[in-house]
Design a protein around this ligand. Structure first.
Ligand SMILES: [Fe+2]
Length: 300
């Protein structure tokens, strides 16, 4: 059976692309590629042509989630399964695939109404090794688990979201039920995985924006510390102080990016355990910076 194998890429609409140029290079440490069209940037983290596409757009939000399947047979099988399940799918033209630097792409929406692109065959540029935007101790950990994970706010029910992503081959469920003194109901967060990364997609509560945060994992703990120092020196708001999550056991912190949502930089995440568990809090740290928390859900 075909299944999603990784979070391949995301497209983000950004209102201030010049601010993202500096942020991406100097803070995240990714490589910024500027194509002829000056309203676009490609962010590289490994040999792939890109992992993030920035487009000038007032939304300051994620526009597209790009989910990979293994190859042409899995692509055909996935299209058929989605069609049989009544999901509206459009197979992209060759020009649409080439514009995304993939061999084939299909377009659909998840139950939240969020745009999804399922693809196979990304352009991998072994002739262009990753060039960090600034000094780094190591690289980004992308090979076995996609380029990272993304938490989104939900507009549909957890049941509908779970049913849809299960159809795509992801597994998981609610992993955090967090009682908060100022809220009548505990906050529930859902986590879904498809590879060696403990979660690839996560869903929180309802909110105005689609995206809550995107996580990049680095190969060395020193790069979490270095990024934290650079964030502090640049006066960029930290939203969640360093700490370790209970579910993926990632040591990470969260900062506010130029589009106003969170970037998480982490190290040392574990693989899925294969059995469901739930948690009421993290292992240590991850204290929210209350003065910077306005507009943010409880993240994970
Ligand atoms: Fe996260």
């Amino acid at each position: 059976m075909s299944a999603i194998t990784e979070l391949g890429y995301v497209t983000i609409g950004v209102s201030d692309i010049a601010a993202w140029d500096d942020f991406a290079r100097q803070i995240l440490g990714v490589e910024v590629v500027r194509p002829e069209d000056s309203s676009i940037r490609y962010l590289r983290m490994d040999y792939w042509h890109h992992r993030i596409k920035l487009v000038e757009d007032a939304s300051d939000d994620v526009l597209v989630t790009g989910l990979r399947v293994a190859g042409v047979l899995e692509f055909r099988d996935m299209a058929k399964r989605l069609g049989d399940a009544g999901v509206a799918v459009r197979i992209g033209s060759q020009a649409e695939a080439r514009a995304r630097q993939v061999l084939e792409v299909m377009f659909l929406e998840d139950p939240n109404g969020y745009a999804i692109e399922i693809f196979h065959g990304p352009l991998v540029q072994y002739n262009l090794p990753f060039l960090p935007g600034r000094r780094m101790h190591g690289g980004f950990k992308t090979v076995a688990g996609g380029f990272g994970h993304m938490m989104q706010n939900r507009r549909a029910s957890f049941d509908d979201i779970h049913a849809f992503y299960t159809l795509l081959g992801l597994r998981g469920g609610v992993e955090y039920i967090i009682p908060l003194p100022h809220l009548p109901e505990p906050v529930e967060l859902m986590f879904l995985h498809c590879n060696e990364r403990q979660h690839t997609l996560a869903f929180g509560g309802p909110a105005e924006k689609r995206v809550n945060h995107i996580m990049f994992e680095v190969e060395r703990i020193e790069d979490v510390g270095l990024a934290y120092d650079l964030v502090k020196q640049a006066g960029i708001p930290v939203i969640i102080e360093p700490g370790s999550h209970a579910n993926d056991q990632m040591y990470s912190f969260y900062l506010k990016n130029p589009s106003g949502f969170m970037s998480e930089i982490g190290w040392g995440g574990r693989q899925p355990t294969g059995q469901s568990e739930y948690y009421q809090g993290d292992a240590f740290g991850h204290a929210p910076v209350m003065s910077n928390m306005k507009g943010f859900m409880v993240p994970a």
